[in-house]
Design a protein around this ligand. Structure first.
Ligand code: MN
Length: 239
């Protein structure tokens, strides 16, 4: 047994570490965890039937292996109401617990745009029965994402527009300034609940205008001056 072969340490084949490309470099960003913020734009909270008041933010997770880069989105099984949610995501280069809001921006490696696909019918059923959202949110290939843009190339998030077009028509359009919990506050609040670390991805919530997709739809997403993402919805996933 050779210690230079990492596989030799493990009893079963070592799972691949999901990783995303970084714009402007050949290096990859290894993904440790994926967190998502719920209801972080007032107009979206209202469209989902909730009070947009500034209650403490809540979080859920997708799996790192649910990230989908450079491929079309296969329509998932078990749902007839799959919704897009365009979001700014953060990629962390460091972490910790109880991170101060004033120091939170220093933990950010980069940014990207992604879609938090949701099996809305399964989510509605889970909400009704008081069950977790896992099947609604953390399904296979549920999070198409752009490459990561280094924070050094992003002078500001202020007043940047966030947008999703379906088949050339704008469905979601807002401004990052409309987040209820701003980017440093999201990191600070999340770090009260979990110990964050390098490699963590945080989806920061979606603006109003979420809606269903059908096979054949073309989705084009953008965060102004920062990141773009385009893909199609293809035939059913194999599983
Ligand atoms: Mn979302």
């Amino acid at each position: 047994m050779s210690n230079s072969d990492p596989q030799s340490l493990y009893a079963i084949p070592m799972p691949a570490i999901p990783a995303l490309p970084i714009r402007g470099t050949d290096k990859l960003f290894p993904v440790r965890r994926v967190y998502c913020v719920g209801r972080n734009y007032a107009a979206h909270a209202i469209e989902m039937g909730h009070d947009p008041d500034r209650e403490s933010p809540f979080f859920f997770q997708k799996n790192p292996s649910n990230l989908l880069y450079g491929k079309d989105f296969p329509y998932p099984p078990l749902s007839e109401d799959v919704h897009f949610e365009v979001e700014l995501f953060l990629a962390l280069k460091e972490g910790g617990s109880n991170i101060a809001t004033s120091e939170a921006m220093d933990t950010i490696f980069g940014y990207g745009v992604g879609v938090d696909f949701t099996r809305r019918d399964l989510q509605a059923e889970a909400k009704k029965k008081g069950r977790p959202w896992t099947a609604a949110k953390a399904f296979e290939q549920s999070a198409p994402v752009s490459a990561i843009v280094p924070a050094a190339d992003v002078p500001t998030l202020a007043s940047k527009k966030i947008r999703l077009d379906k088949n050339g028509e704008t469905q979601q359009q807002s401004d990052l300034d409309h987040m209820i919990w701003k980017v440093p506050e999201v990191i600070a609040e999340l770090s009260k609940q979990f110990e964050l670390a390098a490699g963590d991805i945080i989806f920061t919530g979606t603006p109003a205008g979420v809606g269903a997709v059908e096979i054949g739809d073309q989705l084009d997403c953008e965060i102004e001056d920062i990141a773009q993402l385009s893909f199609k919805v293809t035939g059913p996933a194999a599983i």
